[in-house]
Design a protein around this ligand. Structure first.
Ligand SMILES: [Zn+2]
Length: 357
Protein backbone atom coordinates (compact mmCIF):
# COMPACT_ATOMS: atom_id res chain seq x y z
CA UNK A 1 0.00 0.00 0.00
CA UNK A 2 1.12 3.59 -0.69
CA UNK A 3 0.23 6.66 1.34
CA UNK A 4 0.12 10.40 0.64
CA UNK A 5 2.50 12.25 2.96
CA UNK A 6 2.28 16.03 2.93
CA UNK A 7 4.91 18.41 4.27
CA UNK A 8 3.16 21.31 5.99
CA UNK A 9 4.34 24.25 8.10
CA UNK A 10 2.46 26.36 10.62
CA UNK A 11 1.60 29.74 9.08
CA UNK A 12 2.07 31.30 12.55
CA UNK A 13 5.53 29.68 12.94
CA UNK A 14 6.89 28.86 9.46
CA UNK A 15 9.96 27.08 10.87
CA UNK A 16 7.66 24.49 12.49
CA UNK A 17 7.16 21.97 9.67
CA UNK A 18 5.82 18.44 9.98
CA UNK A 19 4.98 15.49 7.74
CA UNK A 20 1.24 14.75 7.68
CA UNK A 21 -0.03 11.33 6.57
CA UNK A 22 -3.38 11.62 4.75
CA UNK A 23 -5.22 8.24 4.83
CA UNK A 24 -7.71 9.44 2.21
CA UNK A 25 -4.86 9.03 -0.28
CA UNK A 26 -4.14 5.34 0.48
CA UNK A 27 -3.69 3.45 -2.77
CA UNK A 28 -2.72 -0.11 -3.74
CA UNK A 29 0.22 1.00 -5.91
CA UNK A 30 2.50 3.97 -6.50
CA UNK A 31 0.84 5.09 -9.72
CA UNK A 32 -2.62 5.26 -8.18
CA UNK A 33 -1.23 7.14 -5.18
CA UNK A 34 0.49 9.75 -7.36
CA UNK A 35 -2.65 10.18 -9.49
CA UNK A 36 -4.71 11.22 -6.47
CA UNK A 37 -2.11 12.91 -4.25
CA UNK A 38 -2.46 16.51 -5.37
CA UNK A 39 -6.26 16.64 -5.01
CA UNK A 40 -6.15 14.81 -1.67
CA UNK A 41 -3.54 17.24 -0.32
CA UNK A 42 -5.42 20.31 -1.58
CA UNK A 43 -8.72 19.15 -0.03
CA UNK A 44 -7.05 18.37 3.28
CA UNK A 45 -5.27 21.74 3.42
CA UNK A 46 -8.53 23.54 2.74
CA UNK A 47 -9.78 22.09 6.05
CA UNK A 48 -6.55 23.08 7.86
CA UNK A 49 -6.12 26.79 7.08
CA UNK A 50 -3.47 27.20 9.82
CA UNK A 51 -0.98 25.24 7.66
CA UNK A 52 0.89 25.98 4.44
CA UNK A 53 1.97 23.17 2.14
CA UNK A 54 5.54 22.39 1.04
CA UNK A 55 4.65 19.56 -1.37
CA UNK A 56 3.56 15.95 -1.02
CA UNK A 57 4.97 12.52 -1.70
CA UNK A 58 3.79 8.89 -2.00
CA UNK A 59 5.39 6.57 0.55
CA UNK A 60 5.13 2.76 0.90
CA UNK A 61 3.72 1.44 4.18
CA UNK A 62 7.01 -0.02 5.39
CA UNK A 63 8.74 3.39 5.13
CA UNK A 64 6.22 5.26 7.31
CA UNK A 65 7.28 6.31 10.81
CA UNK A 66 5.32 3.95 13.06
CA UNK A 67 4.60 3.53 16.75
CA UNK A 68 5.76 0.40 18.49
CA UNK A 69 2.89 -2.09 18.92
CA UNK A 70 3.01 -5.33 20.94
CA UNK A 71 0.45 -8.14 20.65
CA UNK A 72 -0.76 -8.72 24.22
CA UNK A 73 -3.52 -11.24 23.36
CA UNK A 74 -4.68 -12.87 20.13
CA UNK A 75 -5.47 -9.96 17.77
CA UNK A 76 -5.12 -7.35 20.53
CA UNK A 77 -2.24 -4.90 20.18
CA UNK A 78 -0.97 -2.27 22.59
CA UNK A 79 1.21 0.79 22.33
CA UNK A 80 2.38 1.50 25.86
CA UNK A 81 2.67 5.22 26.52
CA UNK A 82 5.84 6.92 27.78
CA UNK A 83 6.14 7.08 31.57
CA UNK A 84 5.63 10.49 33.15
CA UNK A 85 3.80 13.74 32.58
CA UNK A 86 3.51 15.28 29.13
CA UNK A 87 6.69 17.07 28.04
CA UNK A 88 8.54 18.33 24.97
CA UNK A 89 10.66 15.19 25.16
CA UNK A 90 7.74 12.72 24.98
CA UNK A 91 5.55 15.02 22.80
CA UNK A 92 2.62 14.14 25.06
CA UNK A 93 2.67 10.52 23.90
CA UNK A 94 2.01 9.10 27.38
CA UNK A 95 -1.31 7.23 27.05
CA UNK A 96 -1.71 3.53 26.29
CA UNK A 97 -3.31 3.00 22.87
CA UNK A 98 -5.08 -0.23 21.88
CA UNK A 99 -5.91 -1.94 18.58
CA UNK A 100 -8.29 -4.90 18.19
CA UNK A 101 -8.28 -6.69 14.85
CA UNK A 102 -11.36 -8.62 13.73
CA UNK A 103 -12.74 -8.59 10.17
CA UNK A 104 -12.50 -4.86 10.76
CA UNK A 105 -10.27 -2.97 13.17
CA UNK A 106 -11.11 -0.90 16.23
CA UNK A 107 -8.69 1.61 17.74
CA UNK A 108 -9.10 2.29 21.46
CA UNK A 109 -7.73 5.80 22.05
CA UNK A 110 -5.98 7.33 19.03
CA UNK A 111 -3.31 9.31 20.90
CA UNK A 112 -2.23 12.80 21.89
CA UNK A 113 -2.01 14.54 18.51
CA UNK A 114 -2.49 14.18 14.79
CA UNK A 115 1.17 13.09 14.64
CA UNK A 116 0.70 10.27 17.14
CA UNK A 117 -2.53 9.14 15.48
CA UNK A 118 -0.66 8.92 12.17
CA UNK A 119 2.16 6.89 13.73
CA UNK A 120 -0.45 4.54 15.19
CA UNK A 121 -2.21 4.28 11.83
CA UNK A 122 1.11 3.46 10.15
CA UNK A 123 1.81 0.75 12.74
CA UNK A 124 -1.63 -0.78 12.15
CA UNK A 125 -1.11 -0.77 8.38
CA UNK A 126 2.19 -2.59 8.86
CA UNK A 127 0.19 -5.45 10.43
CA UNK A 128 -3.12 -5.40 8.57
CA UNK A 129 -4.87 -3.79 5.59
CA UNK A 130 -8.39 -4.46 6.93
CA UNK A 131 -10.70 -1.44 7.27
CA UNK A 132 -10.58 0.56 10.50
CA UNK A 133 -14.27 0.67 11.39
CA UNK A 134 -14.20 2.33 14.84
CA UNK A 135 -12.07 4.74 16.81
CA UNK A 136 -13.25 4.48 20.41
CA UNK A 137 -12.49 7.22 22.95
CA UNK A 138 -12.23 6.00 26.56
CA UNK A 139 -12.70 9.56 27.88
CA UNK A 140 -12.15 13.20 26.98
CA UNK A 141 -8.54 13.76 28.07
CA UNK A 142 -6.34 15.11 25.26
CA UNK A 143 -3.44 12.65 25.64
CA UNK A 144 -5.93 9.91 24.69
CA UNK A 145 -8.05 11.41 21.92
CA UNK A 146 -6.44 14.18 19.86
CA UNK A 147 -5.30 11.72 17.16
CA UNK A 148 -8.89 10.78 16.25
CA UNK A 149 -9.17 12.75 13.01
CA UNK A 150 -6.66 10.50 11.21
CA UNK A 151 -8.93 7.51 11.77
CA UNK A 152 -12.07 9.46 10.89
CA UNK A 153 -10.38 10.28 7.56
CA UNK A 154 -9.62 6.56 7.15
CA UNK A 155 -13.37 5.85 7.44
CA UNK A 156 -13.64 4.92 11.13
CA UNK A 157 -16.67 6.00 13.14
CA UNK A 158 -15.76 8.00 16.24
CA UNK A 159 -17.39 6.29 19.23
CA UNK A 160 -17.62 7.68 22.77
CA UNK A 161 -19.66 8.01 25.95
CA UNK A 162 -22.77 10.09 25.19
CA UNK A 163 -21.54 12.80 27.61
CA UNK A 164 -18.20 13.26 25.86
CA UNK A 165 -19.25 15.73 23.12
CA UNK A 166 -20.49 18.32 25.65
CA UNK A 167 -17.41 17.90 27.83
CA UNK A 168 -15.12 18.34 24.85
CA UNK A 169 -17.04 21.37 23.59
CA UNK A 170 -16.29 23.07 26.93
CA UNK A 171 -12.55 22.34 27.03
CA UNK A 172 -11.25 21.21 23.65
CA UNK A 173 -10.34 24.53 22.06
CA UNK A 174 -8.49 25.73 25.15
CA UNK A 175 -6.46 22.49 25.18
CA UNK A 176 -5.47 23.03 21.54
CA UNK A 177 -4.21 26.51 22.49
CA UNK A 178 -2.39 25.59 25.71
CA UNK A 179 -0.81 22.19 25.01
CA UNK A 180 1.78 23.38 22.42
CA UNK A 181 3.42 25.45 25.21
CA UNK A 182 4.07 22.18 27.04
CA UNK A 183 5.12 19.89 24.18
CA UNK A 184 6.50 22.16 21.44
CA UNK A 185 5.14 24.66 18.92
CA UNK A 186 4.66 22.28 15.99
CA UNK A 187 3.62 19.21 17.99
CA UNK A 188 -0.11 19.73 17.37
CA UNK A 189 0.25 20.85 13.73
CA UNK A 190 -2.81 19.66 11.83
CA UNK A 191 -4.53 18.41 15.02
CA UNK A 192 -8.25 19.12 15.15
CA UNK A 193 -11.14 18.02 17.33
CA UNK A 194 -13.60 15.66 15.65
CA UNK A 195 -17.32 15.11 15.96
CA UNK A 196 -18.48 11.92 17.68
CA UNK A 197 -20.45 9.66 15.28
CA UNK A 198 -21.73 7.04 17.73
CA UNK A 199 -22.68 8.09 21.27
CA UNK A 200 -22.94 5.34 23.86
CA UNK A 201 -25.54 5.91 26.60
CA UNK A 202 -25.85 2.30 27.82
CA UNK A 203 -23.91 -0.96 27.45
CA UNK A 204 -23.55 -1.68 23.74
CA UNK A 205 -21.93 -4.41 21.68
CA UNK A 206 -19.91 -3.55 18.58
CA UNK A 207 -19.46 -6.34 16.05
CA UNK A 208 -16.02 -6.37 14.44
CA UNK A 209 -16.74 -9.68 12.69
CA UNK A 210 -15.17 -12.74 14.38
CA UNK A 211 -15.20 -10.84 17.70
CA UNK A 212 -17.32 -8.35 19.65
CA UNK A 213 -16.37 -5.37 21.74
CA UNK A 214 -18.57 -4.59 24.76
CA UNK A 215 -18.71 -0.85 25.46
CA UNK A 216 -19.84 0.18 28.95
CA UNK A 217 -20.30 3.87 29.76
CA UNK A 218 -19.53 4.66 33.39
CA UNK A 219 -21.29 7.19 35.67
CA UNK A 220 -19.04 10.18 36.58
CA UNK A 221 -15.73 8.91 38.02
CA UNK A 222 -12.30 9.93 36.61
CA UNK A 223 -14.27 12.23 34.26
CA UNK A 224 -18.01 12.44 33.54
CA UNK A 225 -17.50 10.60 30.24
CA UNK A 226 -15.48 7.43 30.97
CA UNK A 227 -16.19 4.23 29.07
CA UNK A 228 -14.64 0.76 29.28
CA UNK A 229 -14.06 -1.55 26.32
CA UNK A 230 -14.01 -5.34 26.71
CA UNK A 231 -12.84 -7.62 23.91
CA UNK A 232 -15.06 -10.69 24.19
CA UNK A 233 -12.67 -13.01 22.35
CA UNK A 234 -9.72 -12.59 24.72
CA UNK A 235 -11.25 -11.04 27.86
CA UNK A 236 -9.04 -7.95 27.49
CA UNK A 237 -10.52 -4.94 29.32
CA UNK A 238 -9.46 -1.41 28.37
CA UNK A 239 -10.26 0.84 31.33
CA UNK A 240 -8.89 4.18 30.15
CA UNK A 241 -7.89 6.24 33.18
CA UNK A 242 -10.32 4.54 35.58
CA UNK A 243 -7.32 2.45 36.68
CA UNK A 244 -4.10 4.05 37.98
CA UNK A 245 -1.36 1.82 39.33
CA UNK A 246 1.20 4.33 40.60
CA UNK A 247 3.02 6.72 38.31
CA UNK A 248 0.71 9.59 37.30
CA UNK A 249 -1.40 10.74 40.26
CA UNK A 250 -5.11 9.99 39.64
CA UNK A 251 -6.85 13.24 38.72
CA UNK A 252 -10.53 13.76 39.45
CA UNK A 253 -12.51 15.52 36.73
CA UNK A 254 -15.71 13.59 37.51
CA UNK A 255 -16.69 12.29 40.95
CA UNK A 256 -14.53 10.92 43.77
CA UNK A 257 -17.33 8.82 45.27
CA UNK A 258 -18.48 7.74 41.82
CA UNK A 259 -14.97 6.55 41.06
CA UNK A 260 -14.74 4.52 44.29
CA UNK A 261 -18.19 3.06 43.56
CA UNK A 262 -16.98 1.96 40.13
CA UNK A 263 -13.96 0.20 41.63
CA UNK A 264 -16.15 -1.48 44.27
CA UNK A 265 -18.59 -2.69 41.63
CA UNK A 266 -15.87 -4.83 40.05
CA UNK A 267 -15.05 -5.16 36.37
CA UNK A 268 -17.64 -5.53 33.62
CA UNK A 269 -18.00 -9.17 32.60
CA UNK A 270 -18.07 -10.82 29.22
CA UNK A 271 -21.03 -12.72 27.72
CA UNK A 272 -19.83 -15.94 29.40
CA UNK A 273 -19.92 -14.24 32.81
CA UNK A 274 -16.16 -14.54 33.13
CA UNK A 275 -14.12 -11.70 34.60
CA UNK A 276 -11.58 -10.02 32.32
CA UNK A 277 -8.30 -11.84 31.87
CA UNK A 278 -6.21 -8.77 31.12
CA UNK A 279 -6.63 -5.22 32.44
CA UNK A 280 -5.18 -2.46 30.23
CA UNK A 281 -5.01 0.85 32.14
CA UNK A 282 -4.76 4.27 30.50
CA UNK A 283 -1.12 4.54 31.58
CA UNK A 284 1.41 1.99 32.81
CA UNK A 285 1.67 -1.80 32.54
CA UNK A 286 -0.99 -4.39 31.74
CA UNK A 287 -2.16 -6.57 34.64
CA UNK A 288 -3.88 -9.96 34.86
CA UNK A 289 -5.46 -9.17 38.24
CA UNK A 290 -8.33 -6.74 38.80
CA UNK A 291 -7.52 -6.45 42.51
CA UNK A 292 -3.84 -5.75 41.89
CA UNK A 293 -4.60 -3.29 39.10
CA UNK A 294 -7.10 -1.25 41.12
CA UNK A 295 -5.45 -1.38 44.59
CA UNK A 296 -3.12 1.67 44.31
CA UNK A 297 -5.84 3.93 42.89
CA UNK A 298 -8.36 2.73 45.46
CA UNK A 299 -5.89 3.38 48.30
CA UNK A 300 -5.28 6.92 47.06
CA UNK A 301 -8.96 7.78 46.48
CA UNK A 302 -10.08 6.21 49.79
CA UNK A 303 -7.53 8.23 51.72
CA UNK A 304 -8.49 11.41 49.90
CA UNK A 305 -12.16 10.93 50.71
CA UNK A 306 -11.53 10.09 54.38
CA UNK A 307 -9.21 13.08 54.79
CA UNK A 308 -11.59 15.56 53.17
CA UNK A 309 -14.51 14.22 55.22
CA UNK A 310 -12.43 14.82 58.37
CA UNK A 311 -11.62 18.34 57.29
CA UNK A 312 -15.28 19.12 56.59
CA UNK A 313 -16.36 17.56 59.91
CA UNK A 314 -13.85 19.79 61.71
CA UNK A 315 -15.31 22.85 59.99
CA UNK A 316 -12.18 23.59 57.94
CA UNK A 317 -12.66 26.11 55.13
CA UNK A 318 -11.70 25.03 51.61
CA UNK A 319 -8.55 27.18 51.66
CA UNK A 320 -7.30 25.41 54.80
CA UNK A 321 -8.53 21.94 53.86
CA UNK A 322 -6.43 21.79 50.67
CA UNK A 323 -2.95 22.14 52.24
CA UNK A 324 -4.02 20.04 55.26
CA UNK A 325 -5.08 17.23 52.95
CA UNK A 326 -1.87 17.32 50.89
CA UNK A 327 0.15 17.21 54.13
CA UNK A 328 -1.93 14.42 55.66
CA UNK A 329 -1.47 12.19 52.60
CA UNK A 330 2.33 12.60 52.25
CA UNK A 331 3.02 8.95 53.12
CA UNK A 332 1.42 8.02 49.76
CA UNK A 333 3.46 10.57 47.78
CA UNK A 334 6.42 8.30 46.88
CA UNK A 335 4.12 6.11 44.73
CA UNK A 336 2.94 8.99 42.54
CA UNK A 337 4.29 11.67 40.17
CA UNK A 338 3.44 15.35 40.69
CA UNK A 339 1.66 14.30 43.88
CA UNK A 340 1.29 17.66 45.66
CA UNK A 341 -0.08 19.67 42.74
CA UNK A 342 -2.56 17.05 41.55
CA UNK A 343 -3.66 16.21 45.10
CA UNK A 344 -4.29 19.90 45.82
CA UNK A 345 -6.55 20.12 42.75
CA UNK A 346 -8.27 16.86 43.70
CA UNK A 347 -8.81 18.11 47.26
CA UNK A 348 -10.63 21.20 45.94
CA UNK A 349 -12.84 19.07 43.66
CA UNK A 350 -13.54 16.53 46.40
CA UNK A 351 -14.35 19.22 48.98
CA UNK A 352 -17.00 20.68 46.66
CA UNK A 353 -18.45 17.20 46.11
CA UNK A 354 -18.42 16.03 49.74
CA UNK A 355 -19.46 19.29 51.41
CA UNK A 356 -23.14 18.50 50.72
CA UNK A 357 -23.14 14.80 51.65
ZN1 LIG B 1 -7.57 10.88 31.89
Amino acid sequence: MYHVVLTACLISAPEACESRLLPAGDAPDLQACIAGAETIARDWLARHPDLSAQGQDCVPTQDLAALELAEIADGVWLHQGAAGQISAENRGWIANLGVVIGDSIAVIDPGASRAQGEALYAAIRQHSDRPVSHVILTHMHPDHILGAEVFAEAGARVTANARLPDALALRGESWLRSIPDQIGTGALAGTRLVAVDITIGARQVIDLGARDLILTPVPPAHTDNDMTVLDSATGTLFTGDLVFQGGLTPSIDGSLSGWLDWIDLGPPQGPDGAPPRLIVPGHGPVSDSWDAATAPGRRYLDRLRATIRDQIAQGAALSAAIPETVAAMQDLAPEWLDFDAVTARNAATAYAELEWE
